[in-house]
Design a protein around this ligand. Structure first.
Ligand code: HEM
Length: 209
């Protein structure tokens, strides 16, 4: 097979799902930061006013959670941590020094991608639960004040970790040349698949035989 031949990595519905998550995540993050600290208050202009940012933020967040859960249900199978990943984790120093030999082949996602997937799932779920607890005027009056205080803290901390995860995710997809097109056009080259995800490449080739 020619190295430039294209292989499908995501179908149109998976890509639409991913980009809707990305848009809603960014809107939730911007409206959340606007409410978090006066230094970011100017971001409320993007949503009409401070009041609108305050009203919209929880709805955008809840929508983002739903879209993310649909995507997570589609992708979780490929993100299960396997024995092969544990082998990888054990040999991380040699891998970083480019000295590793005879390691198991990587499937659809590498260990870093898998950790990121589970970190996003955990933080987004924590944001939803804590967000519901502090959602005025609907749910917050149902809970005692000490719980509201804990929920505010959990909400801010999990949002901070999720935003860090997103920065790593975007940087890694840009840095790994040939990855962005997987999520824009749906395809990757055979050379990319063989180099970054050889076990997945073999699986796809066997299926198409
Ligand atoms: C905003 C800019 C974003 C860019 C440029 C981007 C880019 C990409 C690319 C290129 C891939 C394919 C990687 C591959 O197949 O190896 C991907 C996959 C993925 N992205 Fe994004 N993404 C963005 C935002 C997000 C957001 C906001 C989330 C979730 C909060 C997210 C979650 C995921 C997940 C779960 C995958 C599949 C990887 C896995 O399941 O381990 N992405 N993204």
């Amino acid at each position: 097979m020619s190295q430039g031949k294209l292989i499908e990595r995501y179908n149109a519905s998976e890509r639409a799902n991913h980009w809707l998550v990305a848009i809603s995540f960014i809107l939730a993050a911007l409206s959340g930061l606007a409410l978090f600290h006066p230094a970011f208050f100017w971001l409320t202009n993007l949503f009409g006013s401070g009041t609108w940012a305050r009203i919209l933020h929880p709805f955008i967040g809840a929508l983002m959670f739903l879209l993310f859960i649909v995507m997570a249900l589609r992708f979780w199978k490929h993100n299960r941590i396997t024995d092969a990943d544990r082998q990888w984790a054990k040999h991380m120093t040699e891998i970083l020094q480019n000295k590793a030999k005879d390691l198991p082949e990587i499937g659809k996602y590498n260990l870093g991608q898998k950790y990121l997937f589970w970190a996003l799932l955990t933080t987004i779920t924590l944001m939803l639960i804590s967000g519901i607890v502090i959602w005025q005027p609907w749910f917050a009056p149902l809970f005692p004040i000490p719980l509201l205080r804990i929920a505010v803290l959990v909400h801010a901390l999990s949002a901070f970790v999720a935003i860090l995860c997103l920065i790593v995710h975007v940087y890694a997809s840009y840095w790994t040349r040939g990855s962005i097109r997987a999520m824009t056009r749906g395809t990757v080259t055979a050379a990319w698949a063989k180099h970054h995800h050889p076990a997945w490449f073999r699986e796809v080739m066997n299926k198409n035989r």
